[in-house]
Write a new protein. Structure first.
Length: 287
């Protein structure tokens, strides 16, 4: 993997099927029924993966202003996810902000496509707005878009996701943490692969990526080299190494919050030769 790259993965569908899982409370920030819950002992981390693998991990920073974007770049972010209103988990940013950020940074910028906060079942009018925002992002120089559409049963809405991916053209498409509400995550990996998505952002259907590392590892295995799994949710300097080593992800996601040191600390933790810390996770935000 080339750090900071954002290329569309090849398309290939895989077989579905997964064991039944316990039920648990959905990630904070979502409105949903119960979703599957998975865990893996932290001691099961593959130590051999750590040193060089962790150091090459791509760090994506969620930002919501030009100052926020510049701070993330200063901290060493490999990619920016540009959003409006992160207080509701991110919405589509306005055109002026997209133009300003793309013009000022060399780091790849992916644009959140979400017309409002709340759930991920959209009206025909909202979907048309999303399609137009995807197309507009391409003309403004974005490297990719980030989106997520579910149906009333919380499955990936295949028809509408296919339509939005088609609208993206050559841009890469990340399916965001709406994924964590799907009732069968591994089957959803297969669906996203078949639709041509590039990445999926997930906390492993838990409040934090650390707690969801078991499912994240299963997702990485299921996705192979056809879909990139990005760990997001409570990623911090004190736990990022553990998340990467346990789950096997090679990309992580966190908010910058106009604090370059926040991103820099994560990069340094990944580059450090020491193994992960067992400091407990305390954050439950979904970005």
């Amino acid at each position: 993997m080339i750090s900071g790259s954002y290329c569309r993965s090849p398309r290939r569908a895989r077989s579905t099927g997964m064991p039944r899982a316990a039920r648990c409370t959905p990630p904070t920030g979502f409105i949903s029924e119960d979703v599957p819950c998975y865990s893996v002992p932290m001691s099961s981390a593959t130590k051999g993966e750590g040193e060089s693998g962790a150091a090459s991990t791509v760090v994506e920073a969620a930002v919501e202003s030009l100052d926020d974007a510049l701070a993330a770049v200063s901290g060493g972010a490999d990619r920016l996810e540009l959003c409006g209103d992160l207080s509701v988990g991110g919405t589509t940013p306005d055109i002026a902000l997209i133009e300003a950020v793309v013009a000022r940074v060399d780091t790849p910028v992916v644009v959140m496509i979400r017309p409002r906060g709340g759930g991920f079942v959209y009206t025909a009018r909202e979907l048309d707005e999303m399609r137009r925002d995807v197309e507009r992002s391409a003309t403004l120089g974005a490297a990719g878009v980030v989106l997520g559409v579910l149906n009333a049963r919380h499955h990936v809405d295949e028809a509408q996701t296919r339509m939005l991916i088609a609208a993206a053209g050559e841009m890469a498409v990340t399916f965001h943490r709406a994924f964590d509400l799907t009732p069968d995550p591994l089957a959803s990996i297969d669906v996203l692969q078949s639709l041509g998505a590039s990445r999926v952002l997930s906390s492993g259907a838990r409040d934090s990526a650390r707690d969801g590392a078991g499912l994240l590892r299963d997702m990485v295995t299921r996705a192979g080299d056809r879909l990139i799994v990005v760990a997001g949710g409570g990623v911090r300097a004190h736990n990022v190494r553990e998340i990467v080593e346990v789950s096997g992800v090679r990309e992580v996601h966190l908010r910058c919050e106009r604090d370059a040191s926040r991103i820099r600390a994560v990069k340094q933790a990944l580059a450090a030769p020491t193994s992960f810390s067992s400091t407990p996770e305390s954050s439950s935000d979904w970005r």
